[in-house]
Design a protein around this ligand. Sequence first.
Ligand code: PMP
Length: 450
Amino acid sequence: MTPQPNPQVGAAVKAADRKHVFHSWSAQELIDPLAVAGAEGSYFWDYEGNRYLDFTSGLVYTNIGYQHPKVVAAIQEQAATMTTFAPAFAVESRSEAARLIAERTPGDLDKIFFTNAGADAVEHALRMARLHTGRPKVLAAYRSYHGGTQQAINVTGDPRRWASDTGSAGVVRFWAPFLYRSRFFAETEEQECARALEHLETTIQFEGPATIAAIILETVPGTAGIMLPPAGYLAGVRELCDKYGIVMVLDEVMAGFGRTGEWFAADLYDVTPDLLTFAKGVNSGYVPLGGVAISGAIAETFAKRPYPGGLTYSGHPLACAAAVATINVMEEEGIVANAARLGTEVVEPGLRELAERHPSVGEVRGVGMFWALELVRDRETREPFVPYAAAGEANAPMAAFAGAAKANGLWPFVNMNRTHVVPALNITEAELKEGLAALDAALSVADEHV
Ligand code: PMP
């Protein structure tokens, strides 16, 4: 499967990259991107002949792995017949993708507005909420990530916001529940849930309910640490939204399309938001696509009055054909059920067993193919392995952990003091075990910093 190494080509690719590609979120001269030669299923390889098991699914989006032949074929067929067509027209792959998505989203989220990615889905969801309610403000959670465009970064709660925060975008932040690092001095999930809801309602009351258009939160916060909300929290948020006429926006850009072992994470909690944002897994990222699933009531607002927003590539036929093929493959191959089953039978027991032997593991949490290990210097105090938003030397212990994983053939997802286990949803049991063994070796390196 892995082709012959070709270091000369790799060096040329790397040289051109270093000269001309400006990379996201990076100090351009302090990075050393791997030149990747190819990928298939859950693996990718470089030009030197090194092969890696991908525990990151790219940026948590290749939910059906790399180069799925049926999806590649569907893209080729669409390219041969209608590569592109403007959004104002009804196009087969676009209407079929919208139907397949609407049939899977919860409740009456039956209309789909297509975007190019997750950030612009968030932009449009918030614009819809403001126009629907006629109110200016948005409540957004700390410990969240909603995207890199201006409004999406403004509602984001992670340090990537700091450099671009205008501080005046009508955003008010709140703390969502997270027992391991509770803001509410809670000792049980029930207490954490009750106090988080009380905190949210107090925030609404002090801000003035009639000024709040939307509450946005990730159903399961992803990049910020895969914190499953306690039972009852999202239902409580739903009640507060109904009580105060606030639009509930669930961001499922990362958690949606099978990641949690359900089509949408909202299904885990039996909650239907008014707007749901998606991207990534909708077509496994083979062609950029995102969108907003819209409730009947919000769609009604724009039934006779134009929605003032759009994108040249909204519902791009090629991206939509990839979505149709991806969703069909996920159904045919039982990929969502596979994520649920292997999450429970292999990942969870595997990670808990690692936590028993490695003192650097403070907490294991997750569901489906959506898991986080929180690394700590001290299990008692829960002191994080590296300080919040650590960079450079301060981040060296996590860099050592990641380096050890890669040396063992595993490409790990690392964010602050955490590693996330977020492989493709159709990964096999044998591949997962291979990855867990590499994690075991890498955690031994981490343990040296405890
Ligand atoms: N929302 C969430 C929950 C995400 O995880 C991300 C991306 N990691 C985004 C929005 C932004 O998506 P994109 O990078 O496709 O714009």
